[in-house]
Design a protein around this ligand. Structure first.
Ligand SMILES: [Zn+2]
Length: 186
């Protein structure tokens, strides 16, 4: 089992395209959303909620969570206010921006009952790599239990969708099952 994860959305262009691809292959994934994007792009957020994919917290403003406990609590809570209304959380998942965290981040996450989720494969899809290179990064190193980091928003254009069309069928052919992060960690 492996978990695909998408950070930095929702975004009106990429989130629906990715949802469409997931639907085509009848698989699920986890989206770590930024609160302010949920506010700015309600249609994309609604599509995400309607898809049945899992939704996690990626802070309100996408500021790193290593700037003190109060700041971390505020960023997590404000994002949760935007996403919680329509979601029945089984497990609350937090992905700190850039993976940056310290003892105070952990303390804030614990206080708000969140599991901190990082990743084991960084596809570097945010760095404008070709779809072939992104796919190669995943396919050459994947193993059961991996959490794969991708993005449903990349500034300046994204090749993530094209990469997914290579990665998903290749990993399916190898027998991998795509699950949500909470399914993977349970
Ligand atoms: Zn991010």
């Amino acid at each position: 089992m492996i978990a695909l994860t998408f950070d930095d959305g929702p975004h009106p262009r990429y989130t629906p395209q990715i949802l469409e691809i997931l639907k085509e292959y009848q698989i699920t994934a986890t989206f770590f959303v930024i609160g302010i994007n949920a506010v700015n792009y309600p249609t994309a957020m609604k599509a995400l909620i309607g898809s049945g994919c899992e939704i996690g917290n990626h802070t309100y403003n996408h500021r790193t969570l290593d700037k003190g406990k109060e700041h971390a609590l505020d960023e997590i809570k404000k994002c949760e206010e935007q996403i919680a209304e329509n979601i029945d959380f089984d497990v609350k998942l937090l992905r700190p921006p850039q993976g940056k965290l310290n003892a105070e981040t952990i303390s804030a996450a614990n206080e708000l009952d969140y599991n901190i989720i990082l990743w084991s494969i960084d596809t570097l899809d945010w760095a404008h790599n070709s779809p072939q290179n992104i796919a190669k990064t995943v396919i050459s190193s994947v193993k059961g239990g991996d959490i794969i980091l991708m993005h449903d928003y990349v500034s300046g254009g994204s090749t993530t969708c094209e990469a997914l069309r290579i990665i998903i069928p290749a990993l399916m052919a190898q027998g991998y099952e795509f699950v949500t992060v909470s399914e993977l960690i349970s």
